[in-house]
Design a binder for this molecule. Structure first.
Ligand code: BMA
Length: 337
């Protein structure tokens, strides 16, 4: 496979686990790509909620033009959050559910967070009339959900802060203003809410032009972590070159997704205190660069701070499997002067 240029490297403070933590063959139901997973610690174990695209495979996709027939969102639990995942027997959500709202095509890219003892999911919702960012409340047993808020199109990549700030719920989000900004010049925004249903007082957080290696778009990834210096915040950053070749199952894949790092003000997270000027995580393992549906994609949806001071970053690799990277909190904060 041709190398993707310009070369972007993972920062040395990041330790990547070489093998994926979850992949398609692990699931007890139809599955082709398992990726973009949110993770929390909940009632003594780790809960992962992941995206699963199904209905084809590499050979059928490339040789018979057979496309995916569905997207589901499923749940897995593990005592240690690395291996030993136990999968629920069926998905929580499925685009082929005959009872789903006919307007809705699918839900995907789930992020999970516990706020004040309740569980919430942020999801992208493709509908017949555009992409909506939505928030769902998840039952305590993780077996059912209720959508409580859905934005107007076009918006997605929502993540909730883990606590109220100034008495309000706060989310990061990524609207897609194609008409006014030109194609794929997308930025990170923030909105506030008294109740998680009504959202407003929106503000720009970070423009794509402030991320030196991104020439395309940026977006939120996982719920930020509270530190003494500010909200430790990951984001995804996309660079695109027209001459990039096949890079996966599709005839051409021109983009590369990396993860970047920023620090947001504790009391007003629309204020950026610092952005690390290089990527934090770039695709460089074989599973990230040479295999998978869309190569060179790092797409984190979960970030956890362990008692030891280790930060765990769960990310989708190549839109194909779930991988895990770790770093020490102090090392990450040292990048944000
Ligand atoms: C984004 C989303 C993600 C995906 C990424 C790379 O637009 O659709 O689910 O991981 O593209 O394909």
């Amino acid at each position: 496979m041709p190398a993707v240029t310009p070369v972007l490297k993972t920062h040395p403070c990041i330790h990547k686990r070489e093998e994926p933590v979850v992949r398609a063959g692990d699931l007890p139901y139809p599955s082709a790509l398992v990726f973009n997973a949110g993770v929390i610690r909940y009632r003594g174990e780790y809960v992962m909620i992941f995206r699963n695209d199904y209905g084809t495979d590499k050979t059928a996709y490339e040789n018979e033009n057979k496309r995916f027939t569905g997207t589901s969102v499923g749940i897995a639990r593990s005592k240690i959050g690395v291996d030993g995942w136990r999968f629920d027997p069926k998905p929580l959500m499925d685009s082929n559910d005959p009872e789903k709202d006919p307007e809705m095509r699918r839900l995907y890219d789930p992020r999970i967070i516990e706020i004040e003892g309740r569980l919430y999911l942020c999801l992208a919702m493709d509908t017949r009339h555009g992409i909506r960012g939505c928030i769902a409340e998840l039952s305590e047993d993780l077996l059912s959900y209720r959508i409580i808020s859905a934005s107007v199109p076009e918006n997605r990549n929502m993540v909730l802060f883990p606590e109220k700030i100034g008495g309000e719920f706060v989310r990061l989000e990524r609207p897609m203003p194609v008409y006014s900004r030109g194609r794929d010049r997308f930025d990170i925004w923030l909105s506030r809410s008294p109740d998680l249903v009504y959202w407003g007082r929106s503000a720009l957080v970070l423009g794509v032009e402030n991320v030196p290696w991104a020439n395309d778009k940026i977006g939120p990834t996982a719920s930020p972590i509270k530190t003494e210096r500010g909200w430790l915040t990951l984001f995804h950053a996309v660079d695109r070159e027209e001459d990039r070749g096949k890079n996966g199952w599709e005839p051409q894949w021109k983009k590369r997704y990396t993860a970047g790092l920023a620090l947001l003000d504790l009391n007003d997270p629309s204020k950026v205190l610092s952005v690390y000027k290089e990527p934090l995580i770039a695709p460089d393992l074989p599973v990230e660069t040479d295999e998978g549906f869309r190569e060179n994609v790092i797409f984190p949806c979960g970030m956890l701070l362990e008692e030891s001071g280790e930060v765990r970053i769960y990310y989708g690799a190549s839109d194909t499997c779930v991988c895990l990277a770790t770093a020490q909190l102090d090392d990450l904060l040292a990048l944000l002067d």
